[in-house]
Structures are given as C-alpha cells and as structure tokens.
Design a protein around this ligand. Structure first.
Ligand SMILES: [Zn+2]
Length: 164
C-alpha cells in the first residue's frame, strides 16, 4: 500500500499572491516618498500585467525631479506615471475587459479614468491614505457611475520572505 501524499496546506491564496505581486512591483519605484504597485489579473487568475509609479520610458530617474513642492515644472507630479496606468499601458496583448486590478493604494481620479476606459471591472486596493481628498472622491464618483467595483484587501498577516 502506497502512502497517501496530501497537498501542502500553507500555500498562499490568490489574493495574497496578487497583492504580493503588486507590492513586489512597488519595490521597483525610485520615488523617495511614494511607492505604489499594481497587478492586473484576468477572470482565469492569470496575471496579464504589472506596473509601478515612475517616469515614462526615456525620461531619466536622475534628471527629472522627485520634489513634491515648488513650481509645477520642478515637481514629480508633472511627469510621473502612476502604477495603474503603467500596468494598463504595459499590456500589449489585447483587451483588459472584465479584468481585476490589485493596487497597493486607492487609485487617483486620473487612474480611475484609465481603469474604466480599459474595461477593468474590479479594483482591489490595500491602503487608502488619501481617502477624503478631492482626487479619491472624484475617483469613487467615476467608478460608481461606470460600475467598477472596488473593495479593500483584507491583510492576512502572513509574512512572505523571498531570498533574491
Ligand atoms: Zn493615479
């Protein structure tokens, strides 16, 4: 009689996996103040794209400004592409219709527009530290009107360690 080998039970859930990937992507950000990551998943739980906040391709991380205050042209806000938009634009495989996006921070109104227009139908966010600001309020208004569902990721407290 062969011994019955049972599957592992401590594997990570889909939600832990995708939010974990979004967090991993955020570690690529060069922004000294804000690191955000995003991961787009289809209905079959396949990862289609990832992104993090940074300057557009060809725009040097060492030459463009990371400042948050001052003349508009001297701040990052004029130049940085957010993680959600990067994840959407990074995907060249076709449609993102009915996909889900995992993002480490609630999407701003500009990203909400891109999420809606790309066909993504669900947003799973981790932090929401700008809740109540005009940007987040506008984002909610847009997503509510467009039928994009959003809910907060519930941390499981599991600590994942990866040696690289
Ligand atoms: Zn944004």
């Amino acid at each position: 009689m062969g011994q019955i080998i049972k599957k592992r039970t401590d594997y990570i859930s889909w939600d832990e996996y995708f939010m974990g990937v979004a967090k991993l992507a955020s570690l690529r950000s060069k922004d000294p103040n804000s690191q955000v990551g995003a991961c787009i998943v289809d209905a079959d739980n396949k990862i289609l794209s990832m992104g993090y906040n940074g300057f557009p391709r060809g725009c040097s991380d060492d030459e463009f400004p990371w400042a948050r205050e001052g003349d508009t042209l001297e701040t990052k806000y004029a130049y940085v592409t957010h993680s959600e938009l990067n994840a959407i634009l990074n995907y060249r495989g076709g449609s993102l219709e009915n996909c889900k996006i995992y993002v480490t921070l609630f999407p701003c109104n500009e990203c909400a527009k891109a999420i809606i227009q790309s066909g993504i139908k669900t947003v799973v966010f981790a932090e929401n530290k700008y809740d109540g600001t005009p940007s987040v309020e506008a984002s909610k208004k847009l997503m509510n009107a467009a039928g994009v569902r959003y809910y907060q990721y519930q941390p499981t407290g599991k600590k994942l360690e990866i040696n690289v």
